[in-house]
Design a protein. Structure first.
Length: 240
């Protein structure tokens, strides 16, 4: 895990983020959220860490420069300063160190620490596959819609907080349509590279992602995900 911390300071920091990200930044404790395009597609997911005089953004290091740039574009005259930080990010599933936060996505993900504790030997892929929890840059890409990626189940979106970038598309997917595609756990016999296309009877069904212990996360078109399917040399089956 390679993470980067962005620090937001300034009198408008909370109001500024509240109008941009998918979750309610006024809630207590650690929160999980995303920044979307105006068309409702994923740009970045991250954790918001409350501090007395700042908000820390815990984001994948590869996305940090682009996220800082995008936030800077929205800043306009707001009293907000965005700077990188050297604070280290740790995580584990054992006893949490003082000052750590419970991971808000799922209890199985344990805790996250900021400048405290040390990583442990948890098999994170096994936990993610067991609970269908997407990872930045793997299941979460620029083509993702957060509801298809399970953000409601993972406490990453708030439908009562008001407007944010991409809110209209996300709300429409929530209230006006039934999801026809999304992430799901599948059984897998064999292995195939992340990103391998899944087919059934020669028709495209979805994409295979993280694999662990005979199961995997896949993005599926639900109406076609029936019976045995192929992903390269592997056979997969959706049990949902």
């Amino acid at each position: 895990m390679t993470r980067k911390i962005l620090t937001l300071i300034g009198a408008d920091r909370e109001h500024f983020l509240q109008g941009l990200v998918t979750n309610d930044v006024t809630r207590d404790g650690l929160s999980y959220a995303a920044l979307l395009t105006p068309q409702g597609k994923y740009l970045a997911d991250f954790f918001l860490v409350p501090q007395d005089d700042a908000i820390l953004i815990d984001v994948d290091a590869a996305l940090a420069p682009g996220l800082a740039q995008r936030l800077g574009m929205y800043k306009l005259r707001a009293d907000v300063q965005i700077t990188p930080s050297d604070i280290t990010v740790t995580r584990g599933t054992g006893p949490a160190p003082d000052g750590a936060f419970a991971d808000p996505r799922h209890p199985a993900l344990g805790w996250r620490g900021y400048g405290v504790g040390q990583d442990d030997a948890t098999d994170w892929d096994a936990i993610r596959v067991a609970h269908v929890i997407p990872e930045t840059g793997v299941e979460l890409t620029g083509e993702s819609y957060i509801l298809e990626a399970g953000f409601e189940r993972l406490n990453g979106v708030d439908f009562r907080k008001g407007c944010y970038v991409g809110q209209e598309v996300t709300a429409r997917m929530k209230h006006k349509t039934e999801l026809k595609k999304g992430l799901a756990q599948v059984e897998i016999d064999g292995t195939a590279p992340v990103g391998t296309a899944i087919t059934a009877a020669g028709k495209p069904v979805g994409t295979l992602f993280t694999q662990s212990g005979g199961h995997a996360i896949a993005h599926l078109r639900f109406d076609r995900a029936k019976g045995e399917m192929q992903a390269g040399d592997a056979t997969v089956r959706w049990t949902g």
